[in-house]
Each structure stands twice: as C-alpha cells, then as structure tokens.
Design a protein around this ligand. Structure first.
Ligand code: ATP
Ligand code: MG
Length: 749
C-alpha cells in the first residue's frame, strides 16, 4: 500500500504494530500525528478493522477532522465512521446517551467558562463573601483543579490538606463554594467542561455494564498529544482499553504545556508501569523544520532538567538563521512584524497563510493587529473573543439552550428580560430563590408565576412561559435551523438588533444572521446525523479555540503559543520575548514553572518550517502603564550560532538605537555592538536587478519603496506643495528623506 512508502522505518514500525499497548515518544515535527493518521488507515485498510471500533482523541476537533479527511483520501469514505474528536466532545456525546444514569437530562447544558464564572459570582454574593477574595476565576480554577484530579466536593470537604491550603490562602470557604456550585449545576441540568470528564469517570465507575459496552465497542484507542492529558482523562482511556489493551499514545514530554490545567507528565511514566508489555517507539527525525530551527530548539530544551532523552535531528537543509528583532515599543514591534511579512511575501512569493504570529497572552495581539490592518494584510485571530463569545451570539444561543433545557439557570438569566419585557432583577432573583427554597425546578416556578410574584411581574413571566412553550414545540417538530429562525424572530431578538442602526448594531445583526447560516450549514451537512437543535448546541459548546475559525481565506494566523500546539507554518514570529512576559511573571514560582515556560518556548519555535523570528520590545504598555522591558532570558539560551540580529529598522527604532535608553541585560548575545550597522556609514544601495521606477501617482503613506541610491524605505507622509507632490520616506539605512515625486525614481514594492 502506498501510504507505507511515506514512512521511515520506526514510523512504519509504529503503524504496523497494531495489537497491544504502544507508546510513541518523539520530538516535535517527527511525524507523530502523521503516524497516528496512517495507523488508523492501516487498521481499516489492511487489518479490516471496522472504523466504528476505532477511537482517536485529539487536541482539537479541527485536528480530528483534518485527520479524518486525510484518512478518507487514503482509504475512502469508510473512514468517516471512526470516532475522532477531543476528549470533551467525545465523552459529551457518550454522556448525551447515558446521562440519565447520573440523573442529568439528555439535553444537559454545557456551561462555558463565562457561565461558570457567572454562577460562581452569584454564589459568592449569596454567601455574602468578598468577591475580591473569592474571585470567580480563582475559585473556578481551584474547582477545576480538583475535578481534574477526580476530587468530588464531598472528598474535597473531607480532605484536611486541601482545607489547610485554602485556609492558608485566606479562602477557607472554597470547599463550600465547590459544593454549592456543583449542586446548582446539577439543578440546572448543566455540566461545566471538567464535569464532562469527571462524570464520564463516575459513569464508568458506577455502571460497569455501560463501561463494558464501550470497552467492547472501542477495540482500538489512540491518543495524540498524550503529554497533556490529566488524571481524569488518563483514567478514562485506561478503563476503555482495559479489555482489548490496544491502546496507542503519542506524545512529546518536551511539549507538555498544560500542567496549570492539571496535565501531568507523570502519565507518560505511569503508562510504562501500567502496561508491562508496552512497546515503545522513538521518532527522532524531524521533517518539519530546517537544521537551524531544529538546532535552536534542541539548545532551548536542553536547559530543562526534567525530560526524557531524545535527539531530534533533520535531513532538511540548513535554512536561514533565526532573526532577532528589537523594537523600541510594542507598537513598533507590531510594525516590524507587519513590514517583515509584507517583504517576505513579496520576496518569496508566500501567502498570508504561511505566516503565524505567536504570543504568550492574548492581549499582545492588539498592536500586531493594528499594524497588519494598516498594511492591509489579512489576518485571523484564533482564540481571544471569538465569534461564539460575542454578546448577541451568546444571547441567541441562550434562548436556544433554554428552550432545550428549561432548568438552565445561566441561560435563563440572560434571556428573561432581553429584549426588555418588564421583568426586573429582583423578580429574577425571587424566582431563583423560590426554586431553591421549595426545592422545585426553576421551570415550575415560571409556570406558576402567580404563586410567587406580584400581578404585573407574574403576567410578564406568564407571557415569557407561553413563548418558551411555543418554541419548545417548534424544536420538537423541526430541524435546528428552522427552530433557531423562529426563536430569533419571535423572541424579538432580531428586531431589537435590526432597529439599532449604528454600525455596531448592524454588525450584531449580521453576526446573528451568520450564526443562523452556521446552523443551516450544520443541518445540511451529511456528517451530522442528528439535526436537532440540542445536537447543534452541544457541538458548538465543545468547539475549542482552534476550531472556531471558519474562515478559510488567506490570512496570517495570530494565536497564543498554547493554541499553536501540533500546527506548522512556513514562517513564525514569536513576539514579546521579554522578561516577565515570557517567561510569564505569573509562572515564576518554582523551577517547575520555569521549565514549563521553557517547554512553551520550545513548542513555539518548533512550529516554524522555514524561518523563525524572535522579537522583543524595549517598552510596552501593560496593566495601563508604560513599562521598560528587559529581553527574555530565553533569548540567551538559544544557540548563538543559529541566530542573527535583524537590521530592519523603522522610524522609532532608529531613534531608539541612536539614543538607547534601555540597556539590554548584560552578557546578552551580541544584540548591540557591531552587528547593528551604524546609521552614518551606510553604504550606497545598489538597486535590485529588476529595478524599474513605478508610477507614483497612487503612492500612499505606509507603502514600501526602493530607491536606486537610498535603498529600501517606507513612506511616512505625502504632501502637496503647489504643483509638486512630496514624499517623506524613512529609509532603512539613510534615515528620513523628503523627495519630490516628479523627480524621484522609486519602485513600489
Ligand atoms: P508535533 O510535535 O508538533 O505535534 P508531530 O510529531 O505530530 O509534530 P507531524 O505534524 O505529524 O509531526 O509531522 C510534521 C511534518 O513532517 C508534517 O508536515 C508531516 O507531513 C511531515 N512528515 C512526517 N513524517 C514524514 C515522512 N516520513 N516523510 C515526509 N514527511 C513527513
Ligand atoms: Mg502532532
């Protein structure tokens, strides 16, 4: 079979070793994901395994669907029937079938982080605690940590160590909040993300017949990015594979970057203990990156003490050196990234999609975005405030969620008085409290509004109930698209948005239409058998950040390093290489923290195929203040032979170089000094061979030009003086010059 030809000997060994436990521990870009894909194709094609019996767990749903398509190409449509997806989406699907066994409705809601925080906030308020001490995000991450280690609220309350930790952190009531939070979720018929895994564990623990059903079903279990599984996930896979023992995990300990979410590298070590007849394959040849990049990445990770031994090497050519770019400020950094992309695109005939800009925290994207926008370079942001997190989208989704699950408290709070129907906050609170005091479902309270509320409020709630009931009938009878359309119209939501004629209002209206389009697409796709609104909602709730970008147009990708895992791009910029930003200030408590940050740096560098840029700024706005920054210690850890300092400069930077106010760290690899060419001794430029002056009638600010003597530069402004047009241009090596356009020979690039 052809697909085996595209594999090296150890890769092939891993593909052909189909029976029994198998662990592939390998470096970045060594073909782990490729091997997993081929292995599935091989199981189906050569071993005759029924695709329904294969379960593959990936890091994003997008990764799963890409894998599926590749397998489809190799072996045909049959591949569609393999089970592939993230842990969360896969086990949510299973819970949808089995949740009644745990006392949840099959249409249970899935709370996203915002819903969870809003619920925690409400609980903290009801308990009359200080929400500055019990910050919703802090509480949620504590609860999440517990769930990922399979500690229930009961166990939490009974655990002296945990309670001690909370007391020391001045948050003694954490366990109580956890308990109330869990009870409220249950009453709302809702699970948060961690519950999906926690409850799957409970399901498999308490219902052996169910466990057995899935053990029989999934004869082959595979996990990509195994280094980032937490205990909860590990136990699920272990249980599922217990009968057939055909479990194959694929990972790289050097890329473990989710310890803060409970991921545990220990799982790799436990795996060897749990499966004594484990077959281990090591892959060390990198196919993704140039020699330079591989060498740089190796030099970075070598600084970590805790890691399994492996040598990553490549036969690829040396490639260009890594470019180190210094900017005077965060805005300048953005500009330098944008101009570099612009130039590289032209010089190397690349597309926008060949570039990625990676950063440590989402907020760093602003300056980069601005610069890209100014240069008209299309980009997309993965993560951040994505489409499904916009208010108008959440509002309509909340309507849909509520119709499907009438106990969903967070959805209820969002829609009960939006659009306005005269039901105030105190009425809403009264209803929620009534549901708890009388221990009845929230929906009961709504149906019997007269018993709990005064006349006017009760009438308004009655009307609301009538509307929701009519939506309920619609949802039962129609597909997701038709039902959603009715809900959007008859709830008054579309009208409310339509009447807002501001640009933002129009945008919001269009976004809602876009959501309806997405639902139509979902309903029309043959891949989705269940076309109900409930099924659609579940699908959406489980999209990870990476899955959310639907846009396939040619765009530069902006994303955090965390979400770049497993991906590759021809050219990669890692921006914000500064102390306290990367490594992050928040992650500097211990050696383990620093090592995790270093692994993150390793992940970032190994995304690049052909060219890597590391950039840093001397000043940056953070927390509302202009801060002086020091270059990241990580820059010193990169093998100096692989790196060179970029001579690209723009206005502010050239100023900063002449009059340097912030000194880089001492001993820092030659960033200053002779490698930066002094401005005064710039050599006269020799024009590129294809130099032909352009028509400058349409020359505009921001454009890049080449001058036969002064070389490359960027247009700062265009002025008109009498009959003359003048351009002020910042040249890379000659500084600012003002030229009369009727005389100047310029090539627009
Ligand atoms: P990461 O650690 O980043 O997840 P990985 O180990 O999963 O990386 P892949 O993404 O599977 O690596 O492969 C990296 C690149 O190398 C891909 O473009 C892949 O197609 C290519 N590749 C892998 N193995 C081979 C091979 N034997 N021949 C040619 N190309 C290969
Ligand atoms: Mg991979």
């Amino acid at each position: 079979m052809d697909y085996l030809k595209g594999l090296n000997p150890p890769q092939r060994e891993a593909v052909e070793h189909t029976e029994g436990p198998l662990m592939i521990i390998a470096g970045a870009g060594s073909g782990k994901t490729r091997v997993l894909t081929m292995r599935i194709a091989h199981l189906i094609h050569a071993k005759g395994v029924d695709p329904f019996q294969i379960l593959a767990l990936t890091f994003t749903n997008k990764a799963a669907s890409e894998m599926k398509h590749r397998i489809e190409k190799l072996i045909g449509l049959e591949a569609r029937n393999t089970w592939m997806g993230t842990f969360h989406s896969t086990f949510a699907k299973i819970l949808r079938v089995e949740s009644h066994l745990l006392g949840y409705p099959s249409n249970f809601s899935i709370y996203d982080t915002d819903d969870s925080k809003s619920l925690i906030k409400a609980i903290v308020k009801e308990m009359k605690l200080d929400d500055k001490v019990y910050k919703p995000s802090t509480v949620l991450s504590r609860i999440s940590g517990a769930k990922n280690r399979l500690i229930s609220w009961e166990a939490y309350l009974g655990n002296a160590d945990l309670r001690n930790e909370d007391a020391l952190a001045m948050k003694p009531l954490m366990g109580e909040i956890y308990k109330t939070y869990q009870k409220r979720l249950f009453k709302s018929g809702a699970m948060d993300f961690d519950d999906l895994l926690f409850n799957t564990n409970v399901l498999f623990r308490d219902h052996l017949d169910v466990l057995n059903k899935y053990q029989q079903r999934f004869r082959y279990v595979m996990v990509d990015e195994f280094q980032d599984t937490n205990l909860s996930q590990y136990l699920i896979t272990k249980k599922l594979a217990a009968v057939h023992q055909n479990i194959c995990v694929v990972g790289d300990d050097a890329q473990s970057i989710y310890a803060f979410r409970g991921a545990d590298i220990q799982n790799i070590l436990n795996f060897e203990r749990d499966y004594p007849d484990l077959f281990v394959v090591k892959l060390e040849q990198n196919y993704r990156s140039t020699k330079n990049i591989v060498q740089a990445a190796n030099s970075i990770i070598a600084k970590n003490k805790a890691q399994l031994k492996k040598e990553v090497w490549t036969q690829n050519h040396h490639g260009e050196q890594i470019e180190l770019i210094k900017a005077s400020s965060d805005n300048e950094e953005g500009k330098l990234v944008a101009t570099t992309i612009f130039e590289e695109k032209n010089n190397k005939k690349l597309n926008n999609a060949d570039f990625a800009v990676l950063y440590r925290t989402n907020s760093q994207s602003r300056a980069i975005e601005e610069a890209l926008r100014k240069m008209n370079i299309t980009y997309k942001i993965v993560g951040g405030l994505s489409f499904y997190q916009r208010k108008e989208i959440k509002d309509l989704m909340a309507y849909m969620r509520y119709v499907v699950n009438k106990d969903d408290e967070e959805a209820f709070k969002r829609i009960i008085n939006f659009p306005k129907r005269g039901i105030g906050d105190s009425t809403v609170e009264k209803m929620i409290v009534a549901a708890y005091e009388h221990d009845i479902p929230l929906w009961e309270v709504i149906l019997n509004a007269n018993s709990f509320l005064g006349g006017r409020a009760a009438n308004a709630v009655d009307d609301f109930a009538t509307m929701i009931k009519s939506f309920g009938i619609e949802v039962e009878r129609k597909d997701a698209y038709e039902a959603a359309n009715t809900i959007a119209k008859q709830s008054g939501l579309l009208k409310e948005l339509y009447e807002d004629k501001t640009i933002e209002g129009l945008n919001r209206y269009e976004n809602v239409q876009e959501l309806l389009n997405a639902i139509k697409e979902y309903v029309d796709s043959p891949e989705n058998e269940d076309k109900s609104l409930g099924a659609f909602l579940q699908e959406i709730a489980l999209l990870t950040d990476n899955d959310r970008d639907k846009d396939t147009s040619d765009a530069v990708t902006l994303m955090t390093i965390h979400s770049s895992k497993g991906l590759e791009f021809k050219q990669v910029f890692v921006v914000g290489m500064e102390e306290d930003l990367f490594p992050s200030q928040m992650m500097m408590q211990s050696r383990e923290d620093l090592e995790e940050e270093r692994r993150l740096f390793y992940v970032a560098t190994t995304r690049a195929m052909e060219k890597l840029y590391l950039t840093y700024a001397l000043t940056r706005y953070r927390f509302g203040r202009l801060l002086n920054c020091e270059p990241s210690r990580f820059l010193e850890e990169v093998d100096p032979a692989t790196i060179r300092v970029n001579k690209r400069m723009s206005t502010a930077l050239s100023g900063a170089l002449r009059n340097e106010s912030v000194e880089p760290r001492s001993g820092f690899i030659g960033i200053k000094g002779p490698q930066v060419r002094p401005m005064t001794t710039a050599k006269v430029h020799s024009p590129s061979p294809d130099f032909k002056p352009s028509n400058t009638n349409n020359l505009k600010e921001g454009m890049l030009v080449e001058h036969p003597k002064f070389g490359y530069g960027k247009v700062l402004r265009i002025e008109i003086e009498g009959l003359n047009r003048k351009a002020t241009i910042q040249f890379e090596n000659f500084g600012e010059k003002t030229l009369l356009l009727s005389f100047a020979k310029l090539r627009i690039i």
